[in-house]
Design a binder for this molecule. Structure first.
Ligand code: ZN
Length: 207
């Protein structure tokens, strides 16, 4: 059976034909190249230099500069731990504040939100570089949803910080559950972006 590799995300498909669209990243058929395994290549190409006979895809071009560093050191997966790790905690602090009016919780939530907001440009920039360089900037659904989710996170997060700056007592006011609700949307969007990112990174590694 033939093997086909998605050149966008690395997903391996087994079959005579490549799939119409990649089940992981959504890239079309044209992004698939046939993979010739080492053992197969050796058995069929004895005495002939391997390079001239394999149909495996050309080596991925080296990405230099800042984008190269971002990819090499996996800076996007590292950076996303800031929103994905801290925002759910901030939401828990907000719920705790809304229910029990604990001042320390309110302050912890506020500082957490500010910290993540400061990190968001780096999260988005590394994500953009990763998309353009590792995933060829393909405009398939999974990437569009990730971009949309990151926009929702940034807008809701900014709204929470600005609201708190304008109305320091927002969590003691009647609007506190609206504030918590915005936090819930924010965490949901961060969760979607994170889930899809995990799918791109881990679901391609099976087999
Ligand atoms: Zn793919």
């Amino acid at each position: 059976m033939k093997k086909w590799e998605c050149t966008v995300c690395g997903y391996i498909h087994e079959g005579d034909e490549p799939p119409e669209v990649c089940p992981i990243c959504g890239a079309g058929k044209e992004y698939f190249t046939e993979v010739v395994s080492d053992t197969e290549a050796e058995s069929t190409t004895q005495e002939v230099p391997a390079e001239t006979t394999t149909t495996s895809p050309p080596a991925k071009k080296e990405v230099g500069g800042i984008a190269g560093l971002v990819l090499k050191f996996h800076l996007h997966p590292i950076m996303v731990h800031t929103p994905n790790g801290i925002l759910p905690l901030a939401l828990l602090f907000l719920v705790g504040t809304a229910l029990f009016q604990i001042a320390g919780f309110e302050l912890a939530a506020f500082y957490s939100l500010i910290f993540v907001l400061i990190n968001m440009p780096a999260v988005i920039a590394t994500g953009y570089l990763e998309w353009q360089n590792r995933y060829q900037g393909v405009k398939t659904g999974i990437f569009m949803v990730k971009i949309g989710a990151s926009i929702v996170v940034t807008i809701t997060l900014s709204a929470l910080v600005v609201w708190r700056l304008i109305t320091p007592d927002v969590m003691g006011s009647e609007s506190k559950w609206v504030y918590v609700l915005i936090g819930l949307v924010m965490v949901g969007a961060a969760g979607i972006a994170g889930h899809l990112g995990g799918k791109l990174v881990f679901d391609t590694r099976k087999n």
